[in-house]
Design a protein around this ligand. Sequence first.
Ligand SMILES: O=C(O)c1ccc[n+]([C@@H]2O[C@H](COP(=O)([O-])O)[C@@H](O)[C@H]2O)c1
Ligand SMILES: Cc1cc2nc[nH]c2cc1C
Length: 350
Amino acid sequence: MTTNTPWDAPIPAPDTGAADAAWQRQMQLTKPPGSLGRLETATVRLAAQQRTSLPALERVWITVFAGDHGVCDEGVSAFPQAVTAQMVRNFAAGGAAVSVLARHLGATLEVVNAGTVTPLPPLAGVRDEPVMPGTANAVREPAMRAAQRDQALALGDGAAARASDAGAQLFIGGDMGIGNTTSAAAVACALLGASPEQLVGRGTGVDDDGLVRKRGAVAAALARHGDDRAPLSVLASLGGLEIAALAGAIRGAASRGLPVLVDGFIVSVAALVAVRHTPDVAAWLHFSHRSAEAGHDAVLRALDAEPLLDLGMRLGEGSGAAVAVPLLQAACRLHGEMATFESAGVSDGG
Ligand SMILES: O=C(O)c1ccc[n+]([C@@H]2O[C@H](COP(=O)([O-])O)[C@@H](O)[C@H]2O)c1
Ligand SMILES: Cc1cc2nc[nH]c2cc1C
């Protein structure tokens, strides 16, 4: 029996007519063609995605997904697992980095608890929708059952639906999950056929012994998982609840014609899952920054992505994406408000 899940929704193609019109405009603005570099290409892609020759980024939506990871039992993080739920409270109280950045941008920020070990009290701005109290330890058993993975994917799709219904012009997904650089590295190794040495980094800052334990945990989880590279199998076996929700949100945004600004290592791995499953999702993605996490570069290369920024950030929460929003806003303002050669009486090069 086949069921129609949000994960099966078709992905629209961006509007090439709007892209052509935006390129025409770029060529008429008072600057040498191409001189605004990737600000130009990003604007033209946004034009195609927003189906207008004059794209705008006034309404930005951020959803941070939180989840705990059974693989923390292997001693893979510099911080205790309880920090995941504690940080959800911090998001709600407005004290986390992404809380500050969302205020700075005037962006909508919502937090979705996809499953923490510590239960949460009702908190303003937090949707408490735990699929399970953290994943199982992927070294010993699949992190999620298929039904739990599908529930997490649907959580993400729901966030994309709310963003789209609210008229958002850009979707940012963020992650919070102690241990999730181990899970994300395992997913990326399985999808890319890479080794733990290539993709496991220090996350929150594990020492050399911690790095050895982390690589060992990823190697053991990969050995248990076997050769199955199907993205949704890999996601259930090795991923995290917030990683699955992010994959669902990214695909859900693309299916609704809503562009996505991808954050760091964990969100990029979720994007890789979505793109490996549905290649057309790639047309809806922008990449914000290159994280300092060791495996991010390889994941970006696999996605053929050149991020806007390289600031040595490795925080997660969607913070790197939020930091990149003003650049894209500036790109849209330049595109919309610069004079043309004709209107300003400036001679063009032709
Ligand atoms: O997004 C990134 O590139 C990134 C890189 C390193 C760490 N993080 C964040 O740190 C947490 C995971 O680190 P760890 O060491 O517990 O696996 C999790 O909450 C992530 O949001 C995030
Ligand atoms: C304090 C803290 C904040 C975070 N935000 C995202 N990941 C995090 C990990 C830690 C440890």
